[in-house]
Design a protein around this ligand. Structure first.
Ligand code: HEM
Length: 416
């Protein structure tokens, strides 16, 4: 006898999702006193779930696929067709090996962090000549320049590249004015990178064979053939776009340092051993990826429930990292929690769960944490500034979220 899954009773809950944003799944879990419920979104039946068991299902059960689990615009702006995230089984593991080899090699992460530091220092010189800066715009530019240089991508117009890469994340959450333009810009950069892949292969573009662009361009897929040039371009964008997205976490880190100045003081004079805990708590507490989707490929029984072939599922990442059963006083910012991506567990899951090499867990967590640590060092040790009155509120129905002002810093000076 299969256990019934509670239903939220809405004929269609899409408008509630838009209204409630990150709180949509947690609100219903609380009301229905259940970690799992059914509802309808965009007129489609969906089962929403949260918690470590649900995370184990999403990151470990071969009966699930990411194909058909996201609206087309989200898919196109983020992972796109043919990408690693859309692969299953052996094909996925093989392709994932490329990402892990590039993104989780300590030497590569250090090289990227070093370029990021130099770019930050170069921009700091310009900031001193201005009355104020908006941090999100500045870090988007720094990260775009750093990641292109790291990857071996000739950057061309760096403002254009910044708008293209930052826009993919900015406009992925809702379909709104700007989404169509973001999609168009995505096509444009995809084309540019496809040409670069072709030029690397033909020898017209000679770059370091160890650079990520070269490695992706020449990577043999499971069938022994090189990736189609379009797919290679998609995978290169799968390294560029999310590095720029780290700018959002950097802004949340700056906000926390502003709200908790004793931490800024700690890091000004040292505190290196506590930096990682701070960065990890920024990842846990900041609203970024609300949930991930999946589809059931064949009927399965799970926790006494039958999940039928074709069923659409959502796993609540934000709700899981804010669940008081897993994290005490989850709304409090507490860098002393012992949480780390290194555990590869199922409760601290801002960027997915489980073992990175074999599941869809994000391969960019090491990079995310290292760039966050570096930006905290730079903010606390290399510059001083004033935070003028501004709207620092974070709207929880804006996905992905950000402090409204983008975090304005005035009278920026290099610390001597
Ligand atoms: C997968 C979030 C940074 C590359 C994921 C997933 C999440 C996520 C939630 C799992 C998707 C799923 O289960 O279907 C984030 C967040 C980031 C971030 C919030 C912060 C900025 C990065 C970075 C990189 C990256 C820096 C690369 C440089 C990827 C790739 C996948 C992925 C390639 C697909 C993995 C697979 O399907 O096996 N990310 N990520 N991400 N992420 Fe990240």
């Amino acid at each position: 006898q299969a256990a019934a899954i509670p239903a939220d009773g809405a004929w269609d809950a899409t408008l509630s999702l838009l209204r409630e944003g990150y709180h949509f799944i947690p609100n219903r879990c609380r009301r229905l006193e259940s970690e799992i419920f059914r509802t309808r979104l965009t007129l489609t039946e969906v089962i929403c779930m949260r918690g470590p068991r649900a995370a184990e299902l999403f990151y470990g059960n071969a009966a699930l696929t990411r194909q058909g689990s996201m609206p087309q615009t989200v898919l196109r702006l983020l992972q796109d067709k043919g990408s690693v995230q859309q692969q299953d089984g052996d094909a996925h593991r093989h392709r994932k090996g490329l990402f892990v080899a590039i993104l989780m090699a300590p030497g590569e992460v250090e090289r990227l962090t070093g370029i990021f530091r130099s770019e930050w220092r170069a921009q700091l010189r310009h900031w001193q000549e201005r009355d104020q800066i908006v941090l999100i715009d500045e870090v988007n530019r720094i990260l775009t320049r750093a990641v292109c240089q790291w990857a071996g991508i000739p950057i061309g117009d760096s403002d254009e590249r910044t708008t293209e890469l930052a826009g993919m994340v900015e406009y992925a959450g809702h379909f709104r004015p700007g989404t169509v333009a973001a999609l168009w810009r995505r096509r444009r950069i995809e084309r540019r990178i496809r040409h670069m892949v072709e030029d690397v292969r033909s020898g017209h573009l000679s770059i370091d064979p160890d650079s990520p662009l070269h490695r992706v361009a020449t990577f043999p897929d499971l069938d022994g053939q090189r990736l189609k040039a379009e797919v290679a371009a998609v995978e290169i964008l799968n390294m560029l776009r999310p590095v720029v997205a780290i700018g959002r976490f950097i802004v949340f880190a700056a906000l926390r340092l502003h709200q908790k100045p004793h931490w800024a003081e700690t890091f000004r004079d040292g505190g290196d051993d506590r930096l990682e805990g701070f960065a990890e708590e920024v990842r846990r507490s900041s609203p970024f990826f609300p949930f991930v989707g999946a589809r059931v490929k064949q009927d399965i029984e799970w926790q006494g429930h039958v999940l039928a072939k074709g069923q659409w599922l959502l796993l609540d990442l934000y709700g899981t990292t804010h669940d008081s059963q897993l994290f005490s006083r989850p709304q409090e910012f507490d860098p002393e929690r012992q949480i780390s991506w290194r555990d590869q567990g199922f409760d601290f899951i801002p960027q997915g769960a489980g073992a990175v090499a074999t599941t869809h867990r994000c391969p960019g967590e090491m990079i995310t944490v290292e760039l966050l640590k570096e930006s905290i060092r730079l903010i606390c040790r290399e510059m001083c500034s004033r935070v003028p009155p501004q709207d620092l509120s974070v709207k929880m129905n804006r996905v992905p979220a950000l402090p409204e002002s983008g975090f304005i810093m005035a009278e920026v000076k290099a610390r001597s």
